[in-house]
Design a protein around this ligand. Structure first.
Ligand SMILES: N[C@@H](CCC(=O)N[C@@H](CS)C(=O)NCC(=O)O)C(=O)O
Length: 219
C-alpha cells in the first residue's frame, strides 16, 4: 500500500508552497489541511511541530518538519529526481536552497516593514541577497542550472512569486537582472507553481499585510 501523506499548511506560507510544488512535480498524491499558525496554533499541531511552524508533512502519521528537510525526503523517495548526481554540485544546490530560506526571511521583513525607513533597510538586505543568488544562475536559463528544473528552483519559486506580487500591487521596484526576470517568468508559468497556491492567494496576502501593519497598506 502506498504511503499516506498529509501536509499541514498555512494558505500563504512560502515554505509550505515549496513542498506543494515538489509534490506536484513528482505527482505524489497527498491531502492538505490548513491552519493559521500566527493566530491559532492548536494543541494537535504543537504535538507534531516542535517549532510550532508549518509545513509539517505526516507520512503515515510520522511527522517531518522544516521545508528543506521535507524537500529532501520527497527527493529521496519520489522521481523525477531534481538534485544533481554529483555530490559537490548537490552540496552547492543545497547551500543555495539554504540561502533562499534566509532570503525569504529578508523578503518577509521587506514586505511587512512598518514604515518607509524599515522598508528601505530591508529592501537593501533583500536586493543584495537576490543579486548574489542571481549570479549563481546558469547564464542561458531559464532555470537555475539551465533547461532542467532542479530542487533549487522549487525552493526559490515562492520567493519569486511574492516578488512579482509585490511589484504588481505596490511597484516596490526591487532591481532585478534580466536573467532573474527570465527565471521568474519560467517558474511562475509552470503548472506546479501556478497550482501551488489557493485561488484566493492574492487577497489573503493583502489581508495579511494589513494585519501585520505593513506600511504599504497604510498609504
Ligand atoms: N524554517 C522553516 C520556516 C517555516 C515558517 O516560518 N513558517 C511560518 C509560516 S510561513 C510559521 O509557521 N510561523 C509560525 C510562527 O512563527 O509562530 C521552514 O523552512 O519550514
Amino acid at each position: 500500500m502506498s504511503d499516506q501523506l498529509v501536509l499541514t499548511s498555512f494558505k500563504i506560507c512560502p515554505y509550505v508552497q515549496r513542498a506543494v510544488i515538489a509534490l506536484k512535480e513528482k505527482q505524489v498524491p497527498y491531502t492538505i489541511q490548513y491552519i493559521n499558525p500566527y493566530e491559532d496554533n492548536p494543541d494537535w499541531f504543537k504535538a507534531i511541530s516542535p517549532l510550532g511552524k508549518v509545513p509539517v508533512l505526516q507520512v503515515n502519521d510520522r511527522p517531518v518538519f522544516e521545508s528543506a528537510i521535507i524537500l529532501e525526503y520527497l527527493e529521496e523517495v519520489y522521481a523525477p529526481h531534481l538534485h544533481p548526481g554529483d555530490p559537490l554540485t548537490k552540496a552547492s544546490h543545497r547551500a543555495w536552497m539554504e540561502f533562499s530560506s534566509d532570503l525569504l526571511v529578508r523578503q518577509f521583513q521587506m514586505n511587512n516593514a512598518p514604515d518607509a525607513e524599515a522598508f528601505e533597510k530591508a529592501k537593501t538586505a533583500f536586493s543584495d541577497g537576490l543579486k548574489r543568488l542571481g549570479e549563481q544562475l546558469n547564464p542561458t536559463g531559464p532555470y537555475f542550472t539551465g533547461t532542467e528544473l532542479s530542487l533549487v528552483d522549487v525552493a526559490c519559486a515562492p520567493l519569486l512569486m511574492r516578488l512579482d506580487f509585490m511589484e504588481r500591487h505596490f511597484k516596490i521596484n526591487v532591481e532585478t537582472a534580466e536573467r532573474i526576470q527570465q527565471w521568474s517568468e519560467a517558474l511562475l508559468a509552470r503548472s506546479s507553481v501556478k497550482q501551488s497556491v489557493v485561488p484566493e492567494f492574492e487577497d489573503l496576502m493583502l489581508e495579511f499585510l494589513k494585519k501585520r501593519g505593513s506600511f504599504f497598506m497604510k498609504a
